[in-house]
Design a protein. Structure first.
Length: 370
């Protein structure tokens, strides 16, 4: 009997730039001309039905004007499209147009687009490069940065995917002006989450500049974009593969993701997260991790922004409690929560441990009271 060892040790540099600015389509094209995607000449522009006429077509037209090959691949907008069936449809469409390993994917849109297109890029031809062009505050704050890509299942959100880093991320603040107000408010939930877990100064800024942010004043939007990126960068840099510390980015998500699914996506991600954050600070206050004043301050900011802090009447709260067990942080059948420590820090529960077990009764009492 013979045994062979396959030596595969290597150092991979997955570093990339995040560019924050305005009118970034020309910048994207110039970067491609300067070798961002190497010698690739064929680009699959993936977007959704809402973003397609606003930014998908302009990106494709700009590519073709410079002599590149490209096609638009469009799917229906909304979280309900972030499933394996949509990924398969996009893959088949790309194969039919003779896309192979010599292509690059450009994701143009919000979090659903960047999650889905990034996952597709990571598996298409066993992996092709991709670029994120974020057009929403939510994508700028969360989905487009960090390399997490995934699709949803009937059981829960984001259970199937991989970590696959983009070549570059573009955060074009001008695109926020075309967002419906509800979606702008929706994006602020992840920004407030980042402030709660790592940036007290950002929290204070949102409190004092809410009107400027919601009206898309350039200076305010650039500020929150930069602070969002800084928080996400610091976490991802320390734990790219979510072995421990990266769990802190799930602050509020244990309840939030469950509500998002149980609502059948009637609630947007940020709206569901806001309710999850409310549950988290209430339970955290009971546990002594933050004061009543800090708890109320977080809930007040969420409310002032226009985010929900109570569970809608149409949601079955017992079903919601059961859905918590589909959370990725569950270990050995036990619920685990990330908690903030005051405002601007997260709790630690031992060396390199950032979530603690929570008895079902504890969180049920909180949920039933909401």
């Amino acid at each position: 009997m013979k045994e062979f060892r396959v030596e595969l040790k290597k150092v991979v540099d997955d570093s990339y730039n995040v560019q924050i600015g305005r009118n970034l389509i020309p910048v994207l094209i110039e970067d491609i001309k300067n070798g961002l995607a190497g010698n690739i000449k064929k680009f699959a522009v993936i977007t959704d039905s809402i973003v397609e006429p606003l930014y998908g077509k302009p990106v494709l037209e700009a590519l073709k004007k410079e002599g590149y090959q490209g096609d638009l691949f469009v799917f229906p907008a909304g979280e309900k499209s972030k499933v394996r069936k949509t990924k398969e449809m996009l893959e088949d469409a790309m194969l039919a147009k003779e896309y192979r390993r010599d292509c690059c994917v450009i994701a143009v849109g919000g979090g659903v687009v960047t999650d889905l297109a990034g996952f597709l890029a990571g598996t298409f031809g066993r992996g092709v490069p991709f670029i994120n062009f974020a057009t929403t505050l939510l994508a700028a704050a969360d989905a487009s940065i960090g390399g997490k890509t995934a699709v949803d299942t009937e059981l829960a959100t984001n259970l199937i995917g991989l970590i696959y880093q983009p070549l570059k991320v573009y955060v074009d603040i001008d695109t926020w002006k075309t967002l419906p107000k509800r979606h702008m408010i929706n994006g602020l939930a992840e920004t407030i989450k980042h402030a709660c877990l790592a940036d007290a100064e950002l929290f204070e800024y949102i409190e004092g500049h809410m009107g400027e942010i919601l009206s898309c004043k350039p200076e305010a939007c650039e500020y929150i974009s930069e602070r969002n990126c800084a928080v996400k960068y610091e976490v991802v840099m320390k734990d790219e593969r979510e072995k421990s510390y990266r769990e802190v980015l799930n602050l509020g998500h244990t309840v939030g993701r469950a509500i998002e699914t149980v609502s059948e996506y009637c609630l947007l991600h940020g709206e569901a997260l806001s309710i999850g954050m409310t549950a988290q600070v209430k339970l955290g206050c009971q546990s002594g991790y933050l004061s009543e004043e800090q708890r109320d301050r977080v809930i007040s900011l969420l409310e002032r922004v226009g985010l929900p802090v109570t569970i809608p009447d149409y949601i079955d709260k017992e079903k919601l409690v059961r859905k918590l067990y589909t959370d990725k942080k569950v270990r050995n059948g036990k619920l685990r929560f990330v908690f903030q420590q005051g405002i601007g820090k997260v709790m630690t529960f031992g060396e390199d441990v950032y979530a603690r077990e929570v008895a079902e009764e504890e969180i049920r009492d909180i949920i039933l009271a909401m």
